[in-house]
Write a protein that binds this ligand. Structure first.
Ligand code: MG
Length: 398
């Protein structure tokens, strides 16, 4: 397939931090994707929570299946827009590598632990942690830490970054992946990543909005009736029932979600095509100087926002979800305290990383960062087991 002129061309990549000879049969972005799939952090995603804790049921999404869905949606949109599918896939598969166990609850708790321990701490951000995993924490290659991915994949992984953390990164890698977060806040210019990164980001949103409805209904926390309040949902429910009046239960739900997903995917294709026609970027550099170009239409953006609000109010803040969330946060706090008090409770390879420096690119770090890295890398069930070992009681009622 011939790529669009504004797509990322692996032959024009800004390269890897440690130069390497090209692979004989694979492009640099394919190679990035393959390195991510073979990483330890990637395998751990299978036992990490998306919304529901891993032990709550076998059929709920985990971070792994979520990441695969993001890659699927991203690839099919990329192909239509003649963007680089391999790069979108690499970013999609890596985008959640830095997530703690227990989803956002775990991340918030770990961030609070770091800041309480040291008010000067950069805290914990999952996007930055994903970058830290691929840049520093994976130990697979003889000559360097991390996976040595291309600039373009790393740029896509660092979706958000606080100014303070961006300054740390910039100091180690001038003009690198954090540069765009340091530019003038009143201007969008120079602040966008590639179209492939923008697409992986939007595909993430489309994926979780859809699968959280599915998991929410499966868990019994959401009902189809309740979903009538969401325009995007009720519209396709009506349409489906007109065509299949006898359809009920899970097949009805799947068909509604399938139609919602299709509508959003085609909407992104059309709206992005229009935005690209209007902005007419000549190349990736011009994309980076522009406003965001991968987008929903105005109408779909509103519908997607209202679906998000609905899920926040009715699912993520559901009493039952909040209760497990609180238990999960306690596990993270207890683990942090236990390892800070007695680092010998951690494997020696982690203790060996204590060196008093806290920089985003280095595997060596201050003790609190090493502890945070260790906890962040845990799967839900490993964290729960460790908690039981250290505290002598189960954290979650089974
Ligand atoms: Mg995600």
């Amino acid at each position: 397939m011939i790529l669009a002129r504004y797509a990322c061309d692996p032959a024009l990549s800004r390269g890897r931090r440690y130069p390497e000879a090209p692979a004989p049969t694979r492009s640099d972005f394919q190679r990035d994707r393959d390195r991510i799939v073979h990483s330890t952090a990637f395998r751990r995603l299978v036992y990490k929570t998306q919304v529901f804790l891993n032990h709550e049921g076998d059929l709920f999404r985990t971070r792994l299946t979520h990441s695969l869905e993001v890659a699927q949606l991203g690839r099919s949109i990329a192909r239509t827009l003649r963007l680089n599918e391999d790069l979108v896939e690499a970013i999609a598969l890596a985008h959640d590598l830095g997530h703690t166990p227990f989803g956002h609850a775990g991340q918030d708790a770990l961030n609070a632990c770091l800041k309480n321990y040291n008010p000067e701490s950069a805290g914990f951000e999952h996007n930055l942690q994903s970058l830290r995993v691929v840049d520093a924490l994976e130990e697979r290659y003889p000559a360097y830490n991390g996976l040595n991915l291309t600039f373009e994949t790393r740029e896509g992984i660092l979706k958000h970054c606080s100014k303070a953390n961006a300054r740390h990164l910039e100091a180690r890698e001038p003009g690198g992946v954090a540069r765009r977060f340091l530019d003038a806040p009143d201007s969008f210019h120079g602040r966008q990543p590639s179209l492939e990164a923008q697409l992986a980001n939007l595909a993430d949103e489309i994926a979780y909005n859809a699968h959280d409805i599915d998991d929410g209904v499966r868990s019994g926390l959401l009902s189809l009736e309740q979903m009538e309040d969401v325009a995007l949902f009720s519209q396709y429910r009506r349409e489906t029932l007109q065509e299949h009046p006898a359809l009920r239960g899970r097949r009805l739900l799947f068909e509604i979600i399938r139609r919602m997903l299709s509508a959003q995917v085609y909407d992104v294709m059309d709206a992005t095509r229009l935005a690209l026609q209007k902005a007419a970027p000549s190349d990736v550099q011009a994309v980076r100087q522009n406003l965001p170009l991968v987008c929903f239409s105005k109408e779909m953006a509103l519908q997607s926002a209202s679906l998000k609000r609905f899920l926040l109010q009715n699912l993520y803040r559901h009493r039952q979800v909040v209760q497990t969330t609180q238990a999960a946060q306690q596990v993270v706090r207890d683990l942090f305290e236990a390892y800070m008090t007695d680092p010998a409770q951690m494997p020696q390879t982690h203790i060996d990383r204590f060196d008093g420096i806290d920089t985003p690119h280095a595997a060596g770090a201050k003790p609190e960062r090493v502890v945070a890295d260790y906890i962040a890398g845990m799967t839900d069930r490993f964290a729960a087991k460790e908690h039981e070992r250290l505290k002598g009681r189960a954290a979650f009622p089974v």
